[in-house]
Every structure is written in structure tokens, then in C-alpha cells.
Design a protein around this ligand. Sequence first.
Ligand code: ADP
Ligand code: MG
Length: 316
Amino acid sequence: MVEGDDGMKDVGEQLAEKLKKRNWNKNYRQLIRDAFEDEEVKNFIRDNQAGLSQEDIAKSASKVYEFVSVKNKIKRGEETLAPGYDPQLTLNNHLIDVTYVPSEALIIQKKRQAIYNRVHSINMPKDIRDAELADYDLEGRELAAEAAGRFIVEYTNAPKKFHRAMYLQGSFGVGKTYLLGAIANGLAEEGVTSTLLHFPSFAVEMKNSIGSNGTMKMVDEVKRTPVLMLDDIGADQLSSWIRDDILGVILQYRMQEELPTFFSSNLDMIQLEKQYLTTNNRGEAEPLKAKRIMERIRFLAEEFRIVGRNRRQFKK
Ligand code: ADP
Ligand code: MG
């Protein structure tokens, strides 16, 4: 009895398995048939009929099925094994094959990323990441916006030539930093790398890391960047070390190498010069050193006054 029971069970299990398999096969065959009904598949086979025999097509069934199922998954918004890549039918040694090509969305995303990567921001607010000249509200800054657009065109046309950059002067919140960001992004779209630096924070970092290897390496990187933007210059009282050995060194190099350098400041150039008359250790003003810095800034950049409302008040 015991034996018989077992035997019966075996047979039953085998049968169930067979049925399952048959069903599955049936389903699979149906899926394959459906896949061959896909318009893209039909067109592909028609376009390539010279190179495809009936046997080749039959052998390619699983690839055709893969193509259609991945394609439909993407259409339904489901995650695929290779997100961002679209399946494409190809002919490979008399068989149909599927290759995966970057989707349009992925290409756009990669391009965007490449643009972001060309803008090195150091201690800058995040919202300049998407600043665009096209979105720039022109009221009170027509000249500056026009000059910014011209700079991008002229620089990208002749990157080896010297181009005088801009010194954006205006009160708090008028959009100076935003404009610098928009210029950097505009340049990035043309393949140009720039570095945006919030100068007061940079000065504090330099002071805190005096003597470390990192300090001079950072200064070195900053001074060599193709396009440099020093944001909020003059917002703090600089020590003479920062003024002469950091800022002075950077500006001297950029002047010698004729590398474009932008500035933004709440102060105009005359006010900035006064600000830079830092007293030295002995308590004496150093007008010559302040003048030397200003000479370099004037060589590198033309002053633009930006007026307008404080946009920060209107934001929460
Ligand atoms: P500033 O550097 O002159 O103090 P910001 O550039 O930081 O001013 O601008 C202040 C705020 O207004 C920021 O949040 C910035 O994103 C926004 N903003 C400035 N200009 C524009 C503009 N043209 N279009 C949209 N938003 C702007
Ligand atoms: Mg600012």
C-alpha cells in the first residue's frame, strides 16, 4: 500500500509537471508569436529579408522576444536591466540580435551632467546651478546681460585671445551671483570650464589651513582655471596675507596669462580700493598694495553696475 501510494504520487507529480511545462511552452509560443506581430519587428524583418532565412528568423525568436518585452517594459515605465538604454534590433551574423543604445533621455541627462561638471563651484549657493542667461530678468541690467552674452560668444570663438571680463557691482540681492552662474553655465554649454568661488569663505578656509599642502594646491588650481569668477569680493576685511599672497598671486598670474576673471562685489572699484587699504601689522595703511590689486582687477575686468530690487526679500 505504502509503495503504491508513493507510486501514485510520483505519477501525479510527473503529470502535473508535464502539464505545467506544456502550458508554459504554450504561453511561451504565444509570447513569441505576439513578439513577431510587433510593428518594429515586422519592419525590421522586411527591411532585412535578404539576409534572413526562415530558419534564421526561428533561431532569433528569443532575441525578438527580448526586444519586444524590454521595449514594452520601458513603455510601461518599469525598470529594465539596463535603465536608460533602449533596445535596438540589429543583424548579427545572419541572426537577429538586440543591442542597447543610450536613450534620448539618458543622452540629455549625460550632457547636462557634463555641463554641470564644467562649473566648479566652491562655497557657492546651489541655486546658481540652473541659472540661465535666457531667464535673466533684464530690468536695470541690460548692459551687463548684453556684455555677458557677448563675452560667451567672443571667448568661445577665440579662447586663446585675451578677453576682458566683468566686474559686477550692485547692492545685496540684485542678482550678481546669479549672473555669474548664468555666464558659467553658458560657457559650460560651449565646453568651457570655469571656477566660481565665494571669495570671503575661500579666504577663511585659506586662513584656517595656512601652511598645509592643500592651501597652495588650491590656490594653484584656482589661478589656472580657464575662467575664474570671484564672488563677493570686498565683503570682508582682508588680512594683508590674503590680499597680497592669495588674491594678489592669483590675479598676477591671471593677468600675465591673460585668463578671464570675473568679479562681483557690493562695492564699486573705488570703494574696494579703500577697503583694501588694510593696515599692516604696524598699523600703517598700504595704499600702494591696494593700488596694485586694483590695477590687476581693472586690467582683468570692466565695471558694470547692476541695479534692481533685492530679490531675496521676495523669496521665502
Ligand atoms: P546678489 O549676488 O547680487 O546678492 P543673487 O544673485 O544671490 O544676488 O540673487 C538673489 C536671489 O534672486 C537668488 O535667490 C537668485 O537665485 C535670485 N535671482 C537673481 N537674479 C535672478 C533672475 N534674473 N531671475 C531669477 N532669479 C534671480
Ligand atoms: Mg551674491
